[in-house]
Ligand binder design. Structure first.
Ligand SMILES: [Zn+2]
Length: 359
């Protein structure tokens, strides 16, 4: 850890180990008023003996750890509000440096994959920088509104392609901004347009049911959204993966695809096989650390009555101490390797211990 100010200071440490909103106001008071001792209103929650240096969930981080160089991406033209990245043979990534989607220009039209609402209004403008051809196909990577909720802003698109599970979820959502797909598939779908090809495939539930791989073989580009975060800590709780073991195997599966460029849906740059490998290493270390903490930490240790007769309290205390040990173990190796380690490491440890206990 390089920035001392990013660290939860010792006087903060004596205040809390948070996991719920009951103590949130107290924690906020600490963060905003600086150093002071614990007030008497922490509803009896005592400090754990070996608290990590990274501020726990609910405590604002005053100064975040620096973003490592390798996690940074090309600058955005603020006036345009989007960035095009040419990937060869008619394929382009379009991004606002927070979200990412792509489009493929072929002989008589354009295929768009995803339309994040944050810049969907500018996708057509981006396409018009390179071609006047009409948008003939829209592919949904998955059903989530933050990646496809701008679909209507592309105008009327004749063909919308998605996995059957995505169609089911969209039918349930009844969202006018996410029109139902007109073409669905189960395992594989090859889209041949002119001389161009996109291979769509399904690899089971990780992030959510219906989330697909979109592979452009000629450009060696793979688009898989919300699973890998190039250079960055995954978004909180493995990006809210609905199946954590499925998420672990899917990251490994992504690593086996012969791609050079990964469009992962977020952050300012595209990914590489090395990014996938780094995230896998982190996940392996996280699994090991959480597993070790689950067996090292003893439930109820150090607790007094009446907490000991409150099973929820005993469990809450146990899980907090498990997460604390997990965070402490990972911090020396990973705090400067993945951007925003300090933002989400507690979330990852809580998600990991939970999955190891119940999945
Ligand atoms: Zn998503």
């Amino acid at each position: 850890m390089r920035s001392k100010s990013a660290i939860f200071s010792p006087t903060h440490l004596c205040a809390v180990l948070l996991c719920a909103g009951t103590v949130l106001l107290v924690a906020n008071a600490f963060a905003h008023e600086g150093e002071r001792t614990a007030p008497a209103t922490t509803n009896g929650r005592a400090a754990h003996s070996a608290l990590p240096q990274i501020a726990p969930i609910g405590v604002p981080i005053k100064n975040h750890l620096p973003i490592p160089e390798h996690a940074q991406g090309p600058a955005l033209d603020a006036k345009k509000g989007y960035r095009l990245q040419e990937l060869g043979a008619g394929l382009f990534m379009i991004s606002d440096n927070i979200y990412q989607s792509m489009f493929l220009v072929y002989e008589t039209g354009v295929v768009v994959a995803d339309a994040p609402p944050s810049y969907a209004a500018r996708i057509v403008q981006g396409i018009r920088e390179v071609t006047d051809k009409p948008i003939t196909h829209l592919i949904y990577s998955h059903s989530h509104i933050d990646h496809i909720g701008g679909a209507k802003q592309l105008g009327a698109v004749p063909n919308i392609i998605a996995h059957t599970e995505t169609k089911r979820l969209l039918a349930r959502a009844k969202d006018p901004n996410r029109p139902l797909p007109s073409i669905t598939f189960e395992d594989r779908y090859t889209l041949n347009v002119g001389t161009k090809v996109l291979d769509l495939s399904y690899h089971g539930v990780a992030h959510e049911p219906g989330n697909i791989f979109i592979y452009a073989p000629d450009q060696q580009t793979l688009m898989v959204i919300d699973v890998v975060f190039p250079g960055w800590m995954p978004w909180r709780r493995f990006a809210l993966a609905q199946d954590v073991p499925g998420y672990f195997s899917q990251v490994a599966e992504i690593g086996k695809v012969p791609f050079k460029t990964l469009i992962a849906g977020h952050v300012a740059r595209t990914g590489t096989p090395a990014d996938v490998e780094l995230q896998l290493q982190f996940m392996t270390d996280l699994k090991t650390a959480a597993g070790r903490a689950l067996s090292d930490v003893k439930p109820g240790e150090g607790l007094a009555q009446p907490a000991l007769t409150n099973p929820w309290a005993v469990f809450d205390d146990y899980i907090d101490r498990v997460a604390a040990q997990c965070v402490s173990e990972l911090t020396p190796k990973w705090a400067s390797k993945l951007a925003a380690f300090d933002v989400y490491i507690w979330d990852q440890c809580y998600a990991m211990e939970q999955s190891l206990r119940i999945d």
